[in-house]
Design a protein around this ligand. Structure first.
Ligand code: GDP
Ligand code: GDP
Length: 438
């Protein structure tokens, strides 16, 4: 499961600086879901083959009225959502009463907690750390977030329990059998719970009474037309017992983890509200994660023809970047269009998991290149020699040749479009990697 790391500490100790450093390490993806999280920022980082989520918080100042009170609450929620807490203190300012207050809180939590002494650039780390042993959080780790000093070493240690060896990873994937894992994701109130209930039908559910805290998503295995599915229920539909719980059920961490753990994501957008920034951020995260995708515009019932037209135009304009996916206009409430979702889910899954031989891909590459040659660079033509498959869900096509580093973006898009067309890929992003032999 994707580890979640919360950064907590007083304001100004360097949390945002560390956040930026941790999330920049991965191709500039920051899964920030604005609006929902004005005071908490979510980002994704990567160390080796280990992805993780980082939550940045405004900080706990010890002076908890007004705005500080809100920031403190956000920090406490972030701690609650995380597996690991990095408690930052300022090595130049020394120990502060607010640090002690935070330490008291953390000691009461059963969370793995690291005491990180920041801003140790240009000063003696041992001296900087000396004050902080008194917090009773264990051995302090000195870093300099703004210079990057010791940050990778810290993350190596913090993430060690989550690093999966390559062959273990391969085994893990086989264990996943041939059940299609579907995550239903979307903002609060778009109709996820209603859709989950519709998709399952009341009688098909085999097991859903799983143990787990409200923080975990529920995994619901079921069968439909001879195919096994596992629905990852982020909305907590099958556990909700009262109205109050419904208010708190939405969690970004749960959503991001479900996306990572799914084969196919069903994104739910409220057609009456239109496509919002948060919908776009979530879809961006799905695509960056390489997941197969089906997009639904829900609450299509009872809308005027004019409103429908308006939504369709908006979808075309704003969701062009998700154009590889199938779009469904549905009513989860009445069940209209819900049955058809399965065709798109199955199709997206089959494309995401498809296997092609090196022969087949190389033949295709030759045809595509014959139609339209790559340009010459430094008076030498770029040569693309053969292609093989480097992975699935998302499919990865590895193209070998020479000078591939010089291949223009326009040619890469040409290749991609042709491959998508001839391999009949629908519903999944596809990635190309280029290897050069000179
Ligand atoms: P936050 O309020 O905890 O998020 O703190 P910021 O990340 O905004 O940093 C507060 C100030 O400390 C900024 O002026 C940073 O440039 C500075 N800062 C952060 N990390 C370091 C560091 O490692 N060394 C030094 N010297 N300054 C730092
Ligand atoms: P969630 O927070 O995303 O799980 O959303 P819910 O499934 O709890 O639905 C939020 C509200 O929208 C409820 O009042 C639902 O009855 C309503 N709703 C869900 N789907 C539809 C739909 O297709 N049409 C209409 N009109 N209302 C819907």
């Amino acid at each position: 499961m994707l580890p979640v790391i919360a950064l907590v500490g007083r304001p100004n100790v360097g949390k945002s600086t560390l956040f930026n450093r941790l999330t920049r390490s991965r191709d500039a993806l920051v899964a920030d879901l604005p609006g929902l999280t004005r005071d908490r920022k979510y980002g994704e980082g990567r160390l080796g083959n280990c992805d993780y989520i980082v939550i940045d918080t405004g900080g706990i100042s010890g002076d908890e009225d007004g705005i500080d009170q809100r920031m403190a609450e956000q920090s406490l929620q972030a701690i609650d959502e995380a597996n690991i807490v990095l408690f930052l203190v300022d090595g130049r300012a020394g120990l502060n009463p607010a640090d002690e207050m935070i330490a008291n809180h953390l000691r009461r939590q059963e969370k793995e907690c690291w005491l990180v002494v920041n801003k140790t650039d240009g000063i003696d780390p041992d001296v900087a750390m000396a004050d902080f042993y008194a917090l009773g959080i264990g051995q302090p780790v000195p870093i300099a977030a703004s210079h990057g000093r010791n940050v990778t070493m810290l993350m190596d240690e913090v993430l060690a329990p989550f690093i999966v060896e390559e062959d273990e990873e391969a085994e893990g994937e086989q264990e996943h059998d041939d059940s299609i894992r579907i995550a239903i994701v979307g903002r609060p109130n778009v109709g996820k719970s209603t859709l989950v209930n519709r998709m399952l039908g009341e009688d098909r559910v085999v097991v859903y009474d799983q143990a787990g805290t409200t923080r975990d998503s529920i995994y619901i295995p079921y069968e439909r037309d001879g195919q096994d599915y596992t629905l990852i229920d982020t909305a907590g539909v099958r556990r909700r017992k009262n109205i109050k719980e419904a208010v708190e059920k939405f969690s970004i961490v749960k959503t991001l983890q479900a996306i990572k753990d799914a084969n196919v994501v069903v994104s739910v957008i409220d057609a009456r509200e239109g496509v919002t920034e948060q919908d776009l951020s979530m879809l961006g995260f799905v695509i960056d994660s390489g997941r197969a995708l089906v997009v639904t515009l829900n609450k299509w019932d009872g809308m005027t023809a004019e409103d429908r037209e308006h939504v369709k135009t908006q979808v075309e304009r704003r969701l062009e970047f998700a154009g590889f996916a199938r779009f469904h206009f549905i009513s989860a409430l009445h069940g209209t269009g819900v049955g058809n979702l399965y065709d798109s889910i199955n199709e997206a899954y089959d494309c995401a998991m498809a296997k092609w031989s090196t022969n087949q891909l190389t033949k295709l590459l030759e045809d595509v290149v014959a139609d339209h040659q790559p340009p010459a660079v430094n008076n030498r033509r770029i040569k693309l020699r053969y292609a093989h498959q480097g992975g699935s869900n998302p499919p990865i096509i590895v193209v070998h040749g020479n000078q591939t580093n010089a291949l223009p973006g326009s040619y890469k898009r040409y290749l991609e479009n042709r491959f998508i067309k001839y391999l009949k890929i629908k519903g999944t992003p596809i990635r190309f990697e280029f290897r050069t032999s000179d």
